[in-house]
Design a protein around this ligand. Structure first.
Ligand SMILES: Nc1ncnc2c1ncn2[C@@H]1O[C@H](COP(=O)(O)OP(=O)(O)OP(=O)(O)O)[C@@H](O)[C@H]1O
Ligand SMILES: [Ca+2]
Length: 890
């Protein structure tokens, strides 16, 4: 018999598990051995060896290797071996850089790996989907992606979208009864759920019958989308720029060689110098370093609870000009406590803190036991029945498993001495229509001991008022007249203006049958009462909003809550500025996109909106030229998250679907984390700018010193191996250290960067050319002075030039830390950079003074007075311009 033909109990036996307790740890181990991990096989990755060799494929490196080989054959052994060694070390460096970049990208994937809720050893727990084995019991709800093939055994309004498997885009309505018949296709197996499909409504439980490649998804492996890590815009721009730079470097190198030969240098020396120069000056390593800087930034973001799913988002973050954020849980703590009850035309306050079920009910210094009053009894007990949450006590601390709003309703009932377990002995739950943020209500149908059935609906008061035809007051139903409507509305607004979130409860008797659709019962209700709960703002959010404002980023709150509640919280958090207003979902709905465009810049709170409205908000803001960050958690949030420039999903409360559409996940669901991520995003971009600036200026310096020397008919200021050494040492560690630099103090005080900004924007091009030019000139001057003093000893002058070039670059690297000037911040503030520079200096000294290396690098020991000259010349490029800037500022 196939699983879909069995009853749930038969399946339970067949796969040897327990619906009540799940698998035991021993059993899981055995099955893991037998079935392996729940993974689809992926295409092979590039091997390490291949990656290593690909470092050498670069054209100029090959030319260099061939050239050295020739020089080796011609007898220049030491030079040949040294050059090959340096190229080799360069290759290793590039290899490790790319390796690291790849590894951290993999780690990223791992972090955003899907999770599943399973029952193991009698307890529900969240585990990586990879660890699921056949026989595991899974639980899932709207927005989850199913992580294995399962046979369903408990469902509530469950609908699953299976287009990935069946091509059918209308969600399948699930059932649990066995299915019999011939020729049953995947699309007909409605008591099963398949790996990779998506729950669009309701919730359910099932037992795993297939994992990994043994799933319906595993059998159509060619459908596997191997996820691509898109290049960031900057990487793309750098790649284009790289091509131009290669041409420029080659042309200049050719020029150096041509002029050199024309001036009488021998062809062979010029050829080797030219090739070395080309290898040194072509910034082929730039993309790898950019990837590393990006992924290092990503690591730092993880420490701040933000997970980047798509690398381009790191950059876009720095451009964000509007953050649209959910209120509940993101700006507030999502720790709900009922403080007010309204029923029978009376408002009572409830004392107590958090979820601890202890407190009193008071009104005008009177206390009461609400369980004794039929109105309040109905309000509290019905709120507990129409409820999915559980209150859990652990070591004297209470927390909620489920929706915090519902948790608060459990707690208020318990304060009156009620318990859900007792209530469930009185009332049997027949059917349930789950809460969704578009309807803003939830309904259960219960049957009491006498067999009478009625529907209990709880939800947003304004909606329930309009669906009710009477109010339960003074022990009887009173017609919902205009007077009552007004009175209820005023009450709701009074509670809402205290920033309380309000939930209304209503009921109605229903006939003994099952209903297909919630609309059949959610009408003609009897209004019972209200519960008002506080949800305090997260303490750090107010400051974060302030900081965003200073950074030119506007914060917009989007909430399903009541307009007045939303306004009260918006004011508390400082979101609502003087000219800003609150726009209600209903109005938004009736507006055209054009009309919304007109006003969207002045709306800072959207209230009573459905997730479907978010897309319109994103579009309108984008039409106004904004770069929009948008948060979300549910299935219906996905389109807006996708459409936003930076889609953000909640890590704790977010559904799989929301996470999959997002570029960024907040591990702590906290608004302040968005701010931190933007801060980091800006910093990463600035750091990339820093080392682009550094590397390119260094390269310009290297080329120009050679070019000028040739034009002035001088001997070669640097020998090939020295050029290669400079390239290796100064481009290696110091450039990496710049990628680890701390943000400059004012990054969050600048306006957001324009997303189309080019690599050389904000005077970067000028800085590269001017510093590079000065480095070249200064090095040449040092060379000239040393050469004039000692014309018979070329190696002496070359050593001086070598030291000047290295030091000039190592001093310049400190200048690159600031957009303003080297004096704008403590130059030694980045310890990595200090160590990188120090070790580069030590390496240089070894190369100059260690005799065996002297032969290799054609250096000679120079004397202290030379160092004075070198230092002075090396300092010129940085301090000349920085100094002039400094004076101009004063
Ligand atoms: N579990 C629930 N059952 C019934 N009604 C609910 C429930 N949760 C919330 N509501 C009602 O629906 C309204 C909207 O809730 P929704 O979850 O859409 O938005 P929100 O969580 O308040 O805001 P945000 O979009 O910022 O998360 C609430 O104001 C409340 O009145
Ligand atoms: Ca919500």
């Amino acid at each position: 018999m196939k699983y879909h033909e069995m009853s749930p109990e038969q399946v339970e036996k067949a796969v040897q598990t327990s619906f009540k307790n799940g698998l035991t740890n021993e059993e899981i181990k055995i099955r893991r051995k037998q079935f392996g991990f729940n993974e689809l096989q992926e295409a092979e990755k590039q091997s390490a060896l291949l990656l290593f060799f690909s470092q050498f494929k670069d054209f100029m490196v090959i030319v260099l290797l061939v050239a050295t080989l020739i020089s080796g054959i011609l007898g220049e052994y030491i030079d040949a071996i040294a050059i090959i060694l340096i190229v080799f070390v360069n290759g290793i460096l590039g290899f490790f850089q790319e390796r690291k970049a790849e590894k951290s990208l993999e780690a990223l994937k791992e972090l955003s790996a899907p999770m599943a809720t399973v029952l193991r050893g009698g307890k529900w727990e969240k585990i990586p989907s990879k660890e699921i084995v056949p026989g595991d019991i899974l639980r899932f709800a709207s927005g989850d992606r199913i992580s294995a093939d399962i046979r369903l055994f408990e469902i509530s309004s469950l609908e699953i979208e299976e287009s990935a498997l069946t091509g059918e885009s209308v969600p399948a309505v699930k059932e649990i009864a066995p299915i019999h018949g011939e020729n049953i296709g995947l699309g007909d197996l409605n008591n099963m759920a398949f790996m990779g499909t998506m729950v669009t409504r309701g919730s359910g439980k099932g037992v795993v019958i297939g994992t990994g490649m043994k799933t319906a998804m595993g059998q159509i492996a060619d459908l596997l989308q191997t996820e691509q890590n898109l290049q960031t815009p900057l990487q793309r721009r750098l790649e284009q720029l790289g091509k131009i730079l290669i041409v420029v470097a080659l042309v200049l190198t050719l020029l150096v060689v041509a002029i050199g030969v024309w001036q009488g240098h021998d062809l062979y020396t010029m050829f080797l110098s030219g090739v070395s120069l080309a290898v040194a000056a072509i910034p082929e390593g730039l993309p790898a370093i950019v990837t590393i800087a990006l992924s290092l930034g990503v690591q730092r973001m993880i420490k701040k609870n933000a997970i980047v799913r798509k690398l381009p988002a790191v950059e876009t973050l720095g451009c964000a000009s509007v953050i649209c954020s959910d209120k509940t849980g993101t700006m507030t703590q999502n720790k709900m406590t009922v403080t007010h009850l309204w029923a029978n035309d009376q408002t009572w306050t409830v004392s107590g803190q958090g979820y601890e079920p202890q407190g009193h009910f008071t009104r005008n210094n009177q206390t009461m036991n609400p369980a004794q009053d039929d109105h309040f009894y109905k309000l509290l007990s019905f709120s507990m029945l129409c409820n999915h949450a559980a209150l859990i006590e652990e070591k004297g601390k209470y927390h909620v498993d489920g929706d915090p709003t519902e948790g608060a309703l459990l707690v208020s009932g318990m304060k009156a001495g009620l318990s859900r377990d007792h209530l469930l002995q009185e009332y049997r739950i027949i059917q349930e229509f789950p809460f969704d943020s578009s309807r803003k209500m939830m309904t259960v149908i219960v049957e009491d001991k006498k067999g009478h059935r009625f529907a209990i609906t709880k939800g947003a008061p304004d909606i329930l008022i309009s669906l009710s035809e009477s109010v339960y007051v003074g022990g009887k139903k009173q017609y919902m007249s205009q007077i009552w409507t007004n009175r209820l509305q005023t009450t709701v607004e009074r509670l809402a203006s205290q920033a309380l979130r309000t939930i209304a409860v209503a009921y109605k008797p229903v006939p003994n049958r099952l209903f297909n659709h919630e609309a059949e019962v959610e009408n003609e209700l009897v209004f019972i009462g209200l519960q008002g709960m506080i949800d305090p703002p997260r303490p750090e959010v107010k400051a974060a909003i302030q900081e965003c404002k200073a950074a030119g980023i506007k914060t917009v709150m989007i909430t399903g809550d009541h307009v007045i509640t939303a306004r009260a919280i918006g004011e508390q958090l400082g979101i609502l500025n003087r000219d800003d207003f609150v726009l209600e979902g209903r109005k938004l709905e009736s507006m055209s996109l054009k009309e919304l465009d007109e006003i969207v810049d002045n709306v800072s709170v959207f209230a009573r909106v459905s997730p479907e409205h978010k897309l319109k908000i994103v579009k309108a803001l984008q039409n106004k030229g904004h770069i929009v960050a948008m948060t979300g958690d549910g299935v219906n949030d996905a389109p807006a998250i996708k459409a936003a420039d930076i889609g953000i999903a909640m890590g704790i409360n977010g559904t799989d679907v929301a996470k999959e559409s997002s570029a960024l996940i907040l591990l702590d669901d906290n608004f302040a984390t968005i701010k931190a991520a933007i801060h980091e995003g800006r910093n990463i971009y600035e750091n990339i700018r820093k080392f682009i600036r550094y590397l390119l200026a260094s390269n310009v310096g290297e080329i120009l010193v050679m070019l000028f020397a040739m034009i002035l008919a001088l001997p070669l200021p640097l020998v090939p191996i020295q050029i290669l050494w400079v390239n290796l040492v100064t481009d290696g560690l110091p450039a990496m250290a710049l990628g680890l630099d701390q943000p400059e103090g004012d990054v969050m005080k600048r306006k957001p960067r324009h997303p189309k900004e080019g690599v050389f924007a904000r005077r970067l091009g000028w800085k590269v050319i001017s510093r590079g030019f000065l480095i070249g000139v200064a090095t040449l001057l040092a060379f000239l002075i040393a050469y004039k003093q000692n014309p018979d000893h070329l190696e002496y002058a070359q050593t001086v030039a070598f030291a000047t070039l290295v030091l000039a670059q190592l001093i310049h690297v400190f200048d690159c830390r600031s957009e303003h000037s080297i004096f704008a911040r403590n130059p030694f503030g980045n310890p990595y950079l200090v160590w990188a520079v120090l070790s580069s200096v030590v390496l240089m000294i070894i190369v100059i003074y260690f005799p065996p290396l002297q032969t290799v690098f054609h250096t000679v020991a120079i004397v202290p007075t030379d160092w004075l000259l070198i230092l002075a010349m090396a300092a010129i490029p940085t301090f000349l311009l920085a100094g002039s800037l400094f004076i101009r500022k004063k």
